[in-house]
Design a protein. Structure first.
Length: 431
């Protein structure tokens, strides 16, 4: 009669991918006391299918049986004859077993999906420290020092004066501010048309304060997993506190801090709630942290963020005035070959252009000069003809914003928070 083990061995060799057959072969090997071979065959199955319960059971059973003391091992042979053969020494009986492999198999035959550890009370501080270290290893936002100053901002004298009087001077004189009960913290919301230098102004404020600059956008804090967005908000505030004095700057605040009443996504509402908690920090934990934000649409920012103690000061960043437009045009023309450029004429023709519009204007004119230079094979400098041709193509982009601002000024300014915008619209004869 054919030995079942031999038959199964031949079948496994013929069908090496049949896991059911290989598990059955491992079971018979374990029944026969050939534990090392049983573990080897079951392990082949577990490498392909770690969840196979039958193979796991074979590994456990064979490993435990092989590791048991010799006297407790079950007899695999039939009843002993009248004259029993001499019992081999344990070392002879299991000389074919890899004990290191068996020990590892008994401890953890398959890799677990999760690793759990009970934390003792005296380990809690170490765990918290490790968690903070892990967070710092992957910072949410970049921390840097700014060298830009308000003097580097061309024009916008009215805006710079308001920022200096309402924000920078109290921060620069902490003793006087403290005498009047002013804490070393602040929230300032810069708003105005897109492309008019709000981010550059925030950098200049950080430079004036000699503070670290932490810039945060929606993509830095928003996370698809529940609770992670709030953690990211906490991490950027913690970074600013640890490196105080620091300017924490939220760009596009109408996206990060949108009105909770009109937001159907809980993630966005929770982000606003977390910002409120961090800005209302107890005691003095926010001392030396100056929270700035920029937005094109302040009327879309949650009202709670604009209450006293938060972003309670708002400054309109107007489109560049004559001096600012001249400075911006000089910057963008400075490193290009130019000839006969009439800056005064360009400044008059670009009233209502944003800083981004002016950059686009110069780039468009440069492309025209470059195209002709490539055609002729020699560099031809930019001239006023190129600028005039570009002016026919590039138009001010702030028109839609002005229309929205006009509606807000007429119908949504009962509290007076947009008075500076109303004043500007009247000056520009837009209201």
């Amino acid at each position: 009669m054919t030995d079942p083990l031999s038959a199964l061995e031949a079948a496994v060799q013929a069908l090496p991918d049949d896991r059911t057959l290989r598990v059955r072969y491992a079971e018979l090997l374990a029944d026969a006391g050939r534990y090392g071979e049983a573990i080897e065959q079951a392990s082949v199955v577990l490498r392909e299918a770690p969840e196979d319960e039958a193979a796991t059971a074979v590994v456990r059973r064979a490993a435990l049986a092989a590791a048991a003391p010799p006297e407790s091992m079950p007899a695999a042979a039939p009843p002993e004859p009248a004259v029993a053969p001499p019992t081999p020494a344990p070392s002879d009986r299991h000389e074919d077993i890899d004990w290191s492999e068996l020990e590892a198999s008994i401890a953890n035959p398959t890799e677990p999906p999760f690793v759990e550890r009970v934390v003792a009370e005296h380990d809690e501080e170490l765990v918290a420290e490790a968690a903070e270290t892990a967070e710092d290893a992957d910072p949410v936002a970049e921390l840097r020092r700014e060298t830009v100053r308000l003097a580097d901002v061309g024009g916008l004298e009215v805006v710079k004066r308001r920022i200096d009087e309402s924000f920078l001077q109290p921060m620069a004189h902490p003793e006087i501010a403290a005498a009047f009960g002013k804490k070393l913290r602040g929230g300032l919301l810069l708003y105005g048309p897109p492309g008019c230098g709000k981010t550059f102004l925030a950098r200049a404020i950080a430079g004036e304060l000699g503070a670290h600059f932490v810039s945060v956008t929606l993509s830095d804090v928003l996370d698809r997993f529940i609770g992670e967005s709030e953690k990211n908000i906490h991490r950027v505030f913690r970074t600013a506190r640890e490196h105080a004095p620091a300017v924490l700057f939220f760009d596009e605040m109408d996206a990060i801090g949108a009105k909770r009443s009109g937001n159907t996504f809980s993630s966005f509402r929770n982000v606003v709630n977390q910002i409120l908690v961090e800005m209302d920090g107890v005691d003095s934990q926010n001392d030396g942290v100056y929270v700035l934000a920029a937005t094109n649409h302040p009327w879309e920012v949650d009202a709670a963020l604009k209450r006293p103690g938060r972003f309670d000061r708002m400054v309109l960043v107007r489109p560049p005035d004559d001096d600012a437009r001249e400075a911006i045009l000089r910057v963008h023309l400075r490193r290009r070959p130019i000839e006969g450029i009439d800056l005064g004429d360009l400044v008059r023709r670009t009233k209502g252009f944003s800083g981004a519009d002016l950059e686009h204007l110069v780039t468009t004119a440069a492309e025209k000069a470059m195209t002709e230079s490539i055609r002729t094979g020699s560099v031809r400098p930019m001239r006023m003809d190129d600028m005039r041709a570009a002016l026919k193509e590039v138009k001010p982009s702030i028109g839609p914003w002005v229309q929205t601002a006009r509606n807000v000024a007429e119908y949504s300014n009962a509290s007076g928070e947009y008075d500076d915008m109303v004043e500007w619209l009247r000056e520009e004869k837009q209201l």
